[in-house]
Design a binder for this molecule. Sequence first.
Ligand code: DGY
Length: 326
Amino acid sequence: MRVFITRKIPDIGLQLLQDAGIEVIEWNERKPLSQPELIEYSKQCDAVISAGYNKIDAFFLNECKHLKVISLHSVGYDNVDVAAATKLKIPVGNTPGVLSGPTADVAFLLMLAASRKAFYLHNKIIKGGWLFFEPTADLGIEIKGKTLGIFGLGNIGYEMAKRCAGAYDMKIIYHNRSHNLRAEKELNAEMVSFEDLLKRSDVLSVHTNLSAETKGKFDKSAFQKMKPSSIFINTARGGIHNEEDLIESLQNGIIWGAGLDVTNPEPMDKDNPLLTMPNVAVLPHIGSATVETRNAMAKIAAENTIAGLNGERLPFPVNPEVYDQT
Ligand code: DGY
């Protein structure tokens, strides 16, 4: 059995595959893998571990019908046409749970960095701009006691809410399809309409999947309903916000600041105006990038792969329906 891995994963995952007698082909070029290359390598293998954004669409799947499993080195699966995979009876696995805390840490970090202009001021020092003490310059805003709005209160949203309630006594409101009873009980979180979330949040943090329903949800009209003093945080997927609208809203003072770990598109262009705005902090999609979390993700990705190649149920299937089909 042979697996194609689209970008090097931590050794713990490679070791598990090796111990299971699976041959590994890895993409190690210092450039993105093209779609024809993805198809070409996948055709030579029985499984794919997709690390990073690879387009696993209907075309790819039809070209690679033979795959016994597609294992994602991520919790998000918006890059996969899950319905098409299910139709072809290809199980798709992901890595839920293990990256919730670290991703929430990044949301929290971006909230503070934006509120205190941290990245901008760091760059100001590099450019020789720290000249003297100015009591009225570079002022940020405080978070304590303010309202945190969570769009999509699942595991990551819960971790962000817990950090904000604990550290800054923030009032938690959220918008979800269903109630999060744990957050309501433990954090006194209040479920609100999308309109209310926009109107009431001082910090609005996005923690939902990218889907047809959430794509471009934070656009001009959404930002216009937010407070001029508010901060928008997105650590989920860049496609959930309209970046042109976000830039314009920040430039025109419609909202106060933003913190992004995900951009639209990725990678972000080095000349993007967001990178030089004082009240904005941007990171290159590092939510899960800790040694501990990436090891845990590699382990799950390998375990999903081994199970799929053995014809067993994946420990973490995205499309468990494949097992219901006759
Ligand atoms: C995930 O796991 O979905 C992270 O965003 C990394 O892609």
